[in-house]
Design a protein around this ligand. Structure first.
Ligand code: NAD
Length: 265
C-alpha cells in the first residue's frame, strides 16, 4: 500500500514520514510541501530523522495523489480542503489530522467526503478517543448542577484555540447532556463576566513551551470534583494513529469516518 504525506516538513508531517518508513507492508509514495518551502528538495528520510530514503520533498501534489493509495495530511484548514477536493476527484482516500476548521469549512469537508473515503479526527490517539467516550458517559450520569470545564495546554506555536480535541471533548459532554455544544459553550472569559450560567460548558486555553497536548475535563460539584485527564508526551503517537487510520481506510466506501471507527470503540 502506497502512502503519500502532505505537509511533510511540518512537526506532524516529519513523524508521519518516519512512521510510514518504519511500517512493514507500507511504501512511502512521497511527500509534498507548499510551494517555496525551504524543505523542498530535501531527502524524505533525512526529514524524518532516518537514513536517506532516495526521494525528496516536492510541491507536486497531483503527482503524489496519482502515486498514492491513501494520503495523510496535517497542515491548515484551507489547503486541506483544496487538497481533499483533488483527492476526491482522483478517487483516492485521505486521512486528515488538521484542526481549526470553521463551521462552514466543516460543511465543505463533509460534502467532499461523500465522494471519497476520509478519516478526520482532531486527535488520533487511543487515549483521547477513550477519554471522549468516558467524558460523555460521566456527563450523562451527572445532573446539570455539576459544572463542566475543559482545560487544554499546547506548545507556543499552535495557531487555533480552543484545540480541536478540547472542542471534541466539549461535543462529547454536550452529547451526554443531550444539548448542542454551540448553545452552551463559553469559549473564553475576560472582565466582569457575571456568574457562571447553569449548564454552560467552559473552555480554558493555555499556550507555552513545547507541550504536545494536555486535556482535562472537570466536573465541579458541591464539595467534590471529578477530573478526567490525558497528557500526550510523544507527538509520534498521533502519527501512529494516522498511519493506522490509513491502513484501515484503504478500500473503504466513500464517507466520513472518525477514529472511533478506526479503533473499533
Ligand atoms: P506545522 O505548522 O508544523 O506543519 C504544517 C505543515 O503543513 C507545514 O510544514 C506547512 O508548510 C505545510 N503546509 C501548509 N500549506 C500547505 C500546502 N498548501 N501544501 C503542502 N503543505 C502545506 O503544524 P503541526 O504542528 O504539524 O500541525 C498541523 C495540524 O495538525 C494543526 O492543525 C494541528 O492542530 C494538527 N494536529 C492534529 C493532531 C491529531 O492527532 N489530529 C495532532 C497534532 C497536530
Amino acid at each position: 500500500m502506497a502512502v503519500g504525506i502532505i505537509g511533510c516538513a511540518g512537526r506532524m508531517g516529519r513523524h508521519n514520514l518516519e512512521v510510514v518508513l518504519a511500517s512493514p507492508g507500507l511504501r512511502l509514495a512521497g511527500g509534498v510541501e507548499r510551494a517555496g518551502h525551504p524543505a523542498l528538495g530535501q531527502d524524505l528520510g533525512i526529514l524524518a530523522g532516518r537514513e536517506p530514503a532516495g526521494s525528496v520533498a516536492t510541491d507536486d501534489l497531483a503527482g503524489l495523489i496519482q502515486a498514492s493509495d491513501v494520503l495523510i495530511e496535517f497542515s491548515a484548514p484551507e489547503p486541506t480542503l483544496e487538497h481533499l477536493r483533488q483527492v476526491a476527484k482522483a478517487g483516492k482516500a485521505l486521512v486528515i489530522g488538521t484542526t481549526g476548521f470553521s463551521a462552514e469549512q466543516v460543511q465543505v469537508l463533509e460534502e467532499l467526503a461523500r465522494s471519497c473515503p476520509v478519516v478526520w479526527a482532531a486527535n488520533m490517539s487511543l487515549g483521547v478517543n477513550l477519554l471522549l467516550g468516558l467524558a460523555q458517559r460521566v456527563a450523562a450520569s451527572l445532573d446539570v448542577e455539576w459544572d463542566i470545564e475543559i482545560l487544554e495546554m499546547h506548545h507556543r506555536h499552535k495557531v487555533d484555540a480552543p484545540s480541536g480535541t478540547a472542542l471534541a471533548l466539549g461535543r462529547a459532554v454536550a452529547a451526554g447532556r443531550l444539548v448542542a455544544l454551540d448553545e452552551v459553550a463559553v469559549r473564553s472569559r475576560d472582565g466582569i463576566t457575571g456568574a457562571r450560567p447553569e449548564g454552560s460548558i467552559g473552555f480554558a486555553t493555555l499556550r507555552g513551551g513545547d507541550v504536545i497536548g494536555d486535556h482535562v475535563v472537570m466536573f465541579a460539584g458541591e464539595g467534590e470534583r471529578i477530573e478526567l485527564a490525558h497528557r500526550a508526551s510523544d507527538r509520534k503517537l498521533f502519527a501512529r494513529g494516522a498511519v493506522r487510520a490509513a491502513r484501515w481506510l484503504a478500500g473503504r466506501p466513500a464517507g466520513l469516518y472518525g477514529m472511533s471507527d478506526v479503533l473499533g470503540l
